[in-house]
Structure formats: structure tokens, C-alpha cells
Design a protein around this ligand. Structure first.
Ligand SMILES: Cc1ncc(COP(=O)(O)O)c(C=O)c1O
Length: 512
């Protein structure tokens, strides 16, 4: 255990502020951009233009640098150590991608420029769309959804529009009980009644229960494969056949695509709609690391329902253009084309790796998981529920139920103790069908050495739990912020504690 996080007593950036201090003089908008975009008040409605300057802290460059470096030293990210946060695919993102998105030709584009000046970025989006459709085995895609859950909502709205267009009243969405919480939430937001499908003892969808749930009101099934237990749904072809026979559509939650990338394709499994979490599988940081992005790919039959605009290519004129007139479009679900930065990163990442490289990412991710499983079996207090002999794909859910029963140390205690060993906490208590769940995903970017270190940390925690559980329950101790009160931390009124601090100080007249 050689990890210690810095503990600065760092003031708010506003507390450094002194009138007249300057770190940077913001240059005038370059003429080149003004010429392309036009005067600001022609784009932003006059009533929305700012009347007075924003209340920004006035600080020098060195103060800004030191402030944020200190904060970063009290934080944890994948550049510091492994983040085995199951279901989130927190892979290390190659730094070269940051350089690529900063090139002037991309960074200075504005979506309101004339299409003729946006040919480069449109080519990137068009080709990326074609590659992703090839990867998932579907026909056409949109990049409008801002992240995975937004992709689900868009997909659910397409399913709704499709049935409505066919004159069918289908208002039930089937969702396995192992699904991510966003699946039922998205379906409900799109106006569907959610029907839960149970998981069998082997960790896969219960086909008998599915058969009973299907009917003439079934709009579709939202399925994650590999599922959130890390298991491949071995009867997926049969599941697709059953859902289609009942008149429903198959929706694929692609958050777990990393486990099958380049090996098999949702389209070949019978799925009609797929969302891809670009920020998980294709190397844009996920979670606090910048915006995410989603690609929503659909079959030919559903193409006309996609949100508009979509990027198209006119072969005759050798020109890319935005197509707005899809006959049954559900409309826009977000401004412009989507979150461009993660999309450009995905384009570069696919180019860098090529088909062989993409397949290799999935193979190594799966190998890492199963190497970990081979070791976890020997650690006291942890078990592998649901068909323990079957290999997992890119992630695994272990249970600390026995540890809790024997020592009182819970999955949450284990996750918190791991922080002291230089690991980010794994996902806990999800999926809900596993008691005292710890969901672990190393991704392909972790080495055997870091997985070994994680195993050693778990062993140490287990030994300590059996000898002195109190010690484990008091962890973490070596991080900037020790044990948080989980319930208090969840209260809406303290959701943004730093900003809260700013408002309190302002109320006391200590800050402008
Ligand atoms: C299985 C699964 N589905 C959907 C989502 C939602 O994706 P996003 O966080 O990009 O909205 C997640 C997120 O972690 C997930 O793990």
C-alpha cells in the first residue's frame, strides 16, 4: 500500500480574486471567423445577449495553474491509477487523440458555417457512421444523442414512431431485471409501460418468462449483451426470433460493446436498433472527462425515423451535405450534429487500431476479466454468483455477501477501502440481482501487474476484515476526503458542495 493523496486546504478560486489581476487577455474573435459566422447579434437573439460582464474571478496565470494542479492532486483519474468501474469501461485514452482534436482546422469550426466550408468534418462524421454501422451490423446512424441514456431515449422514441406509423397500439417495453437503470427510465420517458423480465439462475434472460410477457402490446425488448453480469446471452437469436414474432423490435444497449468488438455484431444477433457509448468503447474519457457521445444505429427499415439532420454524401457532386427531409423523422433530439470532440476521437481511434486492433481490444479486455476471475476464487469472503464456471466477457460481478455475513464488512466498505490502495472504487450494488455486488471491469488498457495489485489489495482487505473489521470500515484514510456520509451526500441540497460554499460566502458578504 503506497498510495497517498494530497490534502491541500484549497480556497475557492474566487477567494484568490483581486480587482485588476489578469491571467489572460482574451483575443478579439478573429476576422476569419467573423466573416464565416457573421456578427454575434445576428446569431444570438438580442434579448439573450449579455448586458453586463459575467462575475469571473480575477486571478493571475500562476494562481490558476497552482489552484487546478492542487485540486487535481486531490482527485483520482485513469491517469493516476486503474478505475475498474464496471459497466463504465473507464479505459485509458491515448493522449495522441487530444492532439488530434486540437488541430486548428477542427477546433475552430462552427456548426453554423456554410456547408461548403464544413466538408472535412462532414466527411469524418459520414465515414465514422459507415464504420460504426459495419461494426454493429446495421444500416444507418445518427450522432445526435449526447450520451448512452440519450441514445436509449432516442431509440425508444423511434420504436414508438415506428409502431404508430404502422397503426399499431404497442405501449409495453420489456426489460430484463439485470438492465442498467437508464433502460427503464428511457422507456418510461418515451411513454412506455415497463415490463420486467427476470433472469434465470444461469444469469441469462428467462425465456419462459419472456414468452409469457410478450403480446400484442409489446413494442420491443431492450437488451444488453454481454449483459451486466458480463455474460453473453447465449440464446440471443432465439430471443430476437420471439420478440420479432410478437411484432416487437429489438433494442441493443451498446454500453457493453467493448466485450464483443470485432468478434460479433448486434445486427447479426437480430437487433434493429443499437446505441453505442462512444465515450466507453471508442476512447473518449467517460465520467467527468468531457462530454460523451452516442451513435444510434438502425436497420434499413427504421432509417426514415432517425432524428434530422443526418450527414449524407452526394457521389455525383462529390459533396457531403445535411439531409433534413427524412419522411418519418422523430425530429431533432439535440442541437446540430452531436458532440463532435468524442466523435473525432472515435474516428482517429478506429483509424489507429484498424479492424484487427479493435478485435484485439475486446480479446484483451475479456482475457483480463477471466484472469482476475481465476484469482478471485481463492479470496475468502467473495463469490461469483450465476454460473461461476462460465467465462465472463469484459466485466464480472462478484458478491461480498459471505464477507458481510462473516465480518460485517460490506461491498461499500470494500470499495471505499480500495481507494487507499490506489484504485478507484468499482461499481457497487449493481446489478441489483446480486447481493453485495462489486462490478469490476479492467478494460484492455490495464496490465497484468495492475490486475495482480488489485487482487493483492482485495486479499489484504479480506484478511483485515476477518481480523479487524473495524479497521476496514473506517477506510479510506489516505485520500483527500475520508469517509463520506453516503446518505447526506445524496441530498439534493448538497449536490454541488463547492458552488454551495461560494453561495454561502457570498451571502455572508465575503465574496462578490
Ligand atoms: C449498461 C449501461 N447502459 C446504459 C448506460 C448509460 O450510458 P450514459 O452514461 O452514457 O448515459 C450505462 C452507463 O454507465 C451502462 O452501463
Amino acid at each position: 500500500m503506497n498510495y497517498r493523496q494530497a490534502r491541500w486546504r484549497e480556497p475557492l478560486i474566487f477567494e484568490y480574486s483581486r480587482r485588476g489581476k489578469r491571467g489572460l487577455r482574451v483575443p478579439e474573435v478573429e476576422q476569419e471567423i467573423k466573416d464565416l459566422v457573421g456578427p454575434v447579434n445576428k446569431i444570438v437573439p438580442v434579448n439573450m445577449l449579455r448586458r453586463s460582464p459575467p462575475n469571473l474571478p480575477e486571478v493571475s496565470e500562476v494562481e490558476v495553474v497552482r489552484h487546478y494542479i492542487r485540486l487535481s492532486q486531490m482527485n483520482f483519474g485513469v491517469d493516476v491509477g486503474p478505475q475498474p468501474l464496471g459497466s463504465c469501461t473507464m479505459k485509458y485514452t491515448p493522449k495522441v487523440l487530444e492532439r488530434i482534436v486540437e488541430v486548428k482546422e477542427l477546433a475552430k469550426l462552427h456548426p453554423l458555417q456554410d456547408e461548403s466550408t464544413l466538408q472535412g468534418i462532414m466527411e469524418i462524421l459520414y465515414k465514422l457512421g459507415e464504420w460504426l454501422c459495419e461494426i454493429v451490423g446495421l444500416h444507418k446512424c445518427t450522432f445526435q444523442p449526447a450520451a448512452g441514456a440519450h441514445g436509449e431515449l432516442t431509440g425508444a422514441l423511434i420504436i414508438k414512431a415506428y409502431h404508430r406509423f404502422r397503426g399499431e397500439e404497442r405501449d409495453e417495453m420489456l426489460i430484463p431485471d439485470s438492465a442498467h437503470g437508464t433502460n427503464p427510465a428511457s422507456a418510461a420517458m418515451a411513454g412506455f409501460k415497463v415490463i420486467k423480465v427476470p433472469t434465470r439462475e444461469d444469469g441469462c434472460v428467462d425465456l419462459e418468462a419472456l414468452e409469457n410477457a410478450l403480446g400484442e402490446r409489446t413494442a420491443g425488448l431492450m437488451l444488453t449483451n454481454p449483459n451486466t453480469l458480463g455474460l453473453f446471452e447465449k440464446e440471443v437469436l432465439e430471443i430476437s426470433r420471439m420478440v420479432h414474432k410478437a411484432g416487437g423490435l429489438m433494442y441493443y444497449d451498446g454500453a457493453n460493446l467493448n466485450g464483443i468488438l470485432g468478434i460479433t455484431r448486434p445486427g447479426d444477433m437480430g437487433f434493429d436498433i443499437v446505441h453505442i457509448n462512444i465515450h466507453k468503447t471508442f476512447a473518449a474519457p467517460h465520467g467527468g472527462g468531457g462530454p460523451g457521445a452516442s451513435a444510434l444505429c438502425v436497420s434499413k427499415e427504421l432509417e426514415d425515423f432517425l432524428p434530422v439532420p443526418i450527414v449524407e454524401y452526394d457521389e455525383g457532386r462529390d459533396r457531403y451535405y445535411l439531409k433534413w427531409n427524412l419522411p418519418h423523422t422523430i425530429g431533432m433530439v439535440r442541437s446540430f450534429y452531436g458532440n463532435i470532440v468524442p466523435l473525432v476521437k472515435a474516428f482517429a481511434y478506429i483509424l489507429l487500431l484498424g479492424p484487427e486492433g479493435l478485435r484485439r481490444t475486446a480479446e484483451i479486455a475479456v482475457l483480463n476479466t477471466n484472469y482476475f476471475i481465476s484469482k478471485i476464487r481463492k479470496i475468502r469472503g467473495f463469490t461469483l454468483p450465476y454460473d461461476p464456471q462460465r467465462p465472463r466477457k469484459h466485466e464480472v460481478v462478484i458478491s461480498a455477501r459471505d464477507l458481510k455475513r462473516d465480518t460485517g464488512v460490506t461491498a461499500e466498505d470494500v470499495a471505499k477501502a480500495l481507494l487507499d490502495y490506489g484504485f478507484y472504487a468499482p461499481t457497487i450494488y449493481f446489478p441489483q440481482i446480486v447481493e453485495e455486488a462489486l462490478m469490476i471491469e479492467f478494460t484492455e488498457t490495464e496490465s497484468k501487474e495492475s490486475i495482480d495489485a488489485f487482487i493483492e489489495a482485495l486479499k489484504d482487505i479480506s484478511e483485515k476484515a476477518y481480523n479487524n473489521p473495524k479497521e476496514v470500515k473506517e477506510r479510506p484514510k489516505d485520500v483527500a476526503v475520508e469517509r463520506l456520509d453516503m446518505a447526506y451526500g445524496n441530498l439534493p441540497r448538497v449536490l454541488a458542495p463547492t458552488y454551495w460554499k461560494y453561495l454561502e460566502r457570498r451571502k455572508e458578504g465575503l465574496l462578490p
